[in-house]
Write a protein that binds this ligand. Structure first.
Ligand code: TNX
Length: 474
């Protein structure tokens, strides 16, 4: 058991600046009022709702906990000042206030005195969930978002399509979900499931209320067996393909030389852009082992401009760096080692990069040889491995200036339940969240593992499944 006295710095991700005033502290009790400007009453209500199980916090005027907006601060920045009499939380926008509330909730209800000044290192702090290999319902995705925002994750990338399933309703293409979102889809046939447009919109709105941007991914030109199962006219010879529920990759491809391909692709991209308020559309582009390189470039030359045509920035897995990239395109790096000249060239030409190296950030890798879930093609990813690295050092030619941010992908080949999803997510997601948020110079494994231990009892109390890694003194 660790010493129980809470310090002002006992927060994940570690704040940029912490100045304790040891003599002071503020204790939240029932009746402690919270006030907020009109633009942030929802944030104040969120704070009150999270404490409502134990304390009743009226939201109104003149509260001892005061939320304030200061447009002089960056949008996601906040300042938290705790004295014996009051708590003042100042945010650049309601989003900054929301992150400040997460800090407050981690510290409370006995808040140590002092001042925290905080702002993220990267604008894009992401998690990814693969709904294609194993489907999670809208309610399950929403519950997952609630766990992610506690660590100031602000993007959720949804991998909606793959060889084994298609998980988003697309107007005009009903068989995508009727056939490839139906019974027997997913790895080992553990489907069915897909999000209707209304459910997708509900997830997007729920995320937005928590300042999370949904990044939808439609994977192409590979990973499309589910498309070709539903619409055989999109295969090279027009012949039907069989349903696939194994975990192979790289065998399917849209056909670069067929006009039908582009009619389908543009319809889908337009439909997804129409229901997505966020700025990004992920077009996949990974592992196209059965697409000839020339066809891959032909396909991307046609398809990469389409998100832009419908008002979005294209994101693609780093293989897309082999093609000519629109100015606003973002490259997501996922490889385990070595350099990546294409990605370095894209960065030198001003393209932004999301770092998601599999041997550090892939939540679907086993923690160690005994982990009962997950894969190991990128090695084992212990909590320390997910923490002890720096995104700006990862790739020659891709330094701090090129980085949009960091993402932790969770592929779902081995997942069968929410408990499985949580087991692989926690506690590595908090490690990646700290890599993405906290200043590099302030990060330290010993400090992190000590702060992380405090989450064990909280996850237990709230029914969150996590891996009791032996690296942590729980
Ligand atoms: C590689 S990484 C994939 C996915 C698999 C994953 C399993 C990447 C862009 N593609 O198709 O699900 O490995 O770890």
């Amino acid at each position: 058991m660790r010493a129980q006295t809470k310090q002002l710095s006992d927060v994940i991700p570690l704040p940029a600046s912490v100045r304790p005033v040891p003599a002071a502290s503020f204790t939240i009790v029932s009746g402690t009022a919270v006030s907020a400007p009109p633009s942030a009453t929802a944030v104040a209500a969120h704070l009150a709702a999270h404490l409502a199980a134990k304390w009743d916090l009226p939201v109104g005027e003149g509260g001892a906990i005061r939320l304030v907006e200061d447009s002089g601060l960056p949008a996601e920045a906040y300042r938290l000042e705790i004295t014996s009499e009051s708590v003042t939380l100042t945010g650049g926008t309601a989003q900054g206030l929301f992150w400040g509330v997460q800090t407050l909730l981690q510290l409370g209800p006995e808040l140590p005195g002092g001042v925290i000044e905080d702002a993220p290192r990267y604008a894009y702090r992401g998690a990814m969930l693969d709904l294609a290999r194993h489907f999670f319902t809208a309610d399950e995705v929403k519950a997952h978002i609630d766990l992610l925002v506690q660590f100031k994750i602000n993007h959720l990338h949804l991998h909606l399509t793959d060889d084994q399933g298609w998980r988003l309703e697309i107007p005009g293409w009903p068989l995508l979900t009727e056939v490839s979102g139906g019974e027997g889809t997913g790895v080992d046939g553990t489907g069915p499931g897909f999000l209707t447009l209304a459910e997708y919109a509900d997830v997007v709105a729920y995320a937005a209320e928590r300042f999370v941007t949904i990044v939808p991914e439609i994977d192409m030109p590979g990973h499309v067996n589910a498309v070709q199962l539903a619409y055989p006219e999109l295969t090279a010879d027009g012949q039907p393909v069989s349903q696939r529920t194994d975990a192979e990759v790289g065998y399917s491809s849209l056909v670069a030389g067929k006009e039908e391909t582009y009619a389908f692709v543009e319809d889908v991209i337009k439909a997804v852009c129409d229901v997505t308020p966020g700025p990004y559309l992920h077009i996949g582009g990974d592992e196209c082992h059965s697409t000839p390189p020339e066809d891959y470039r032909t396909f991307l030359a046609r398809v990469l401009p389409l998100p832009g045509k419908y008002g979005k920035r294209a994101i693609g897995w780093h293989e897309i760096a082999a093609a000519d990239l629109p100015e606003t395109a973002v490259v997501q790096y996922w490889r385990i080692e070595g350099d990546a000249p294409d990605v370095a060239r894209a960065a030198a030409a001003g393209r932004q990069v999301i770092m998601a190296p599999a041997d550090r950030t892939y939540l679907d890798m086993k923690y160690d040889p005994d982990t009962r879930l997950g894969l190991d093609w990128a090695g084992h990813v212990s909590v320390r491995r997910s923490y002890d690295w720096d995104p700006a050092d990862r790739l020659p030619g891709v330094g701090e200036q090129a980085l949009l941010g960091v993402e932790a992908p969770l592929w779902s080949e081995t997942l069968r339940s929410v408990a499985d999803l949580q087991y692989l997510t926690f506690p590595r997601l908090p490690a990646i969240a700290e890599v993405a948020w906290s200043p590099r110079a302030a990060r330290n494994w010993e400090s992190f593992r000590t702060r992380l231990a405090a989450f064990g009892p909280r996850w237990e109390a709230t029914g969150v499944t996590f891996h009791r890694s032996p690296e942590i003194d729980w």
